[in-house]
Design a protein around this ligand. Structure first.
Ligand code: ZN
Length: 452
């Protein structure tokens, strides 16, 4: 009998090489010119899964990006586990700001740098490692589902779930697309905030005016916009929009962040203070947040002494678990419409919506997961929230209400997902893969020993 810990160690070099090949494919679905790369990426993932021993592997699409579904049937009476990851990546941003080329995976100090090394091609690598560690014969059924447009908000996911309902049905769903508390302490993600965004446009004049002629008499749109945006928070930095939901966290035992960790993890500049009231965990996971993420107006290079007639901003809101994203967008919209100074005209255009989600993480499946984490990491998992959103989790929960959902991940506080210099901690990849291999064993009623 060979221990699964060793089996994962044995397969890791090949998994790492496969991960590097995937990172070299620029699968940015948000960039229309690189959509053929997303197709190439789906084909590469499909080949890896076939080679790993999945008998039934398909590339599917429902009017959106190509996804891959691979299935390995369950032994008699054993449950089926769905392993989720996504093969698309965020755009790389300013390539010159990367220390090494974004699509050339590079190891430095135990970390693998490159776009998608962690988010979420490491999720694919984790599933491959766990399956290979079982020699392609885990004691449970395994379906791998690798989506291709998660970073664009999963627009065709509901159609994929409906069209491939039977192929995707499972007793347990493992979503490997989240964070860990540190490189040494794993997290089980139990709550996620939702998202609602909109564009607010302000108009004050039917054309631009000489500011020397009319400044001080009629308002310019940019000043109005700035004053309007300033009403979204109180002086402490708490969200000041009425009717938004705060989650009651009294029954939850969230870990907390020290002020030093907040400063280090965020790069907060000297003298700049945190905003909002309550613990960091509460503010991050259980309260709404509003951020202005873009403004269209006259750029400084083209600025003249003119009263600007129109200006607009994109406003993004995080919705606390238990809140309703649609209702939150309505509350934000009426706030913006009611508060523009000096009678300025306001138009709000609704944008994306994603529902928040909270998981009741107790029962045998979660017990199995917690013991798998403990044995793989040498440390208990902490139950953590996530300030961001994985909207499709709510869609999965709605499509498969009886399935238990586990949100795991291969990121750590230094990963910088979505930012420049994204990286994967290679020790975390090994521990995450070992935990998943143990999980498959335990859900199949075995203790983690497999025949060599
Ligand atoms: Zn992701």
């Amino acid at each position: 009998m060979t221990d699964l810990v060793q089996r994962v160690r044995d397969v890791l070099p090949s998994v790492r090489a496969d991960l590097e090949d995937l990172v070299r494919i620029q699968s940015v679905w948000a960039d229309p010119e690189r959509r053929p790369e997303v197709q190439r990426s789906a084909e590469a993932v499909s080949k890896l899964l076939s080679d790993a021993g999945f008998g039934d592997v398909r590339i599917v699409a429902e009017g959106g990006a190509p996804a891959v579904i691979a299935h390995h049937p369950a032994p008699d009476g054993a449950p089926t586990v769905l392993l989720y990851a996504h093969h698309d990546v965020q755009p790389e941003g300013e390539a010159t700001q990367w220390h090494t080329p974004p699509f050339e995976p590079t190891e430095r100090d135990g970390r693998l740098y490159g776009r998608g090394t962690a988010d979420d091609k490491a999720g694919i690598a984790t599933h491959l490692a766990a399956f290979r560690a079982h020699g392609g014969r885990p004691p449970v059924g395994v379906t791998v589902f690798v989506e291709g447009e998660e970073e664009s908000g999963s627009p065709s996911l509901s159609r994929l779930l409906a069209a491939h309902r039977e192929a995707l049905a499972a007793d347990v769903i493992v979503i490997a697309d989240s964070d860990n508390w540190s490189t040494e302490i794993p997290s089980l993600t139990v709550s996620l905030r939702g998202l609602a965004d909109c564009i607010v446009e302000v108009a004050t004049l039917d054309h631009g005016l000489h500011s020397g002629m009319w400044g001080g008499v009629v308002p310019d749109a940019l000043t109005v916009l700035v004053r309007l945006l300033a009403t979204l928070h109180d002086d402490e930095g708490n969200v000041a929009v009425e009717g938004l939901h705060d989650t009651d966290t009294s029954g939850l035992d969230f870990p907390d962040y020290t002020p030093e960790r907040v400063r280090a993890d965020t790069g907060l500049l000297d003298g700049v203070r945190e905003i909002g009231s309550g613990s960091v965990a509460q503010r991050l996971w259980a309260k709404p947040a509003i951020t202005v993420i873009g403004i269209d107006t006259t750029p400084i290079a083209k600025a003249s002494n003119t009263l600007i007639p129109r200006a607009r901003a994109k406003v993004s809101m995080r919705v606390a678990p238990g809140g309703d994203a649609t209702a939150h967008l309505a509350a934000l919209t009426s706030h913006l419409q009611a508060r523009a100074p000096w009678g300025a005209q306001v138009t709000v255009t609704p944008g994306d919506l994603g529902e928040p989600y909270a998981i009741a993480a107790s029962g045998p499946v979660y017990d199995a997961a917690r013991s798998a984490f403990r044995d793989a990491w040498g440390h208990d998992a902490v139950d953590a929230g996530v300030g961001g959103s994985i909207p499709f989790i709510a869609e999965f929960a709605a499509a498969f209400p009886d399935a238990k959902i586990l949100v795991t991940g291969v990121e750590d506080p230094d990963t910088q997902a979505h930012s420049i210099n994204e990286s994967l901690h290679l020790g975390v990849l090994e521990r995450a893969a070992t935990a998943e291999a143990f999980l498959l064993a335990r859900l199949g009623g075995s203790d983690g020993q497999v025949a060599p």
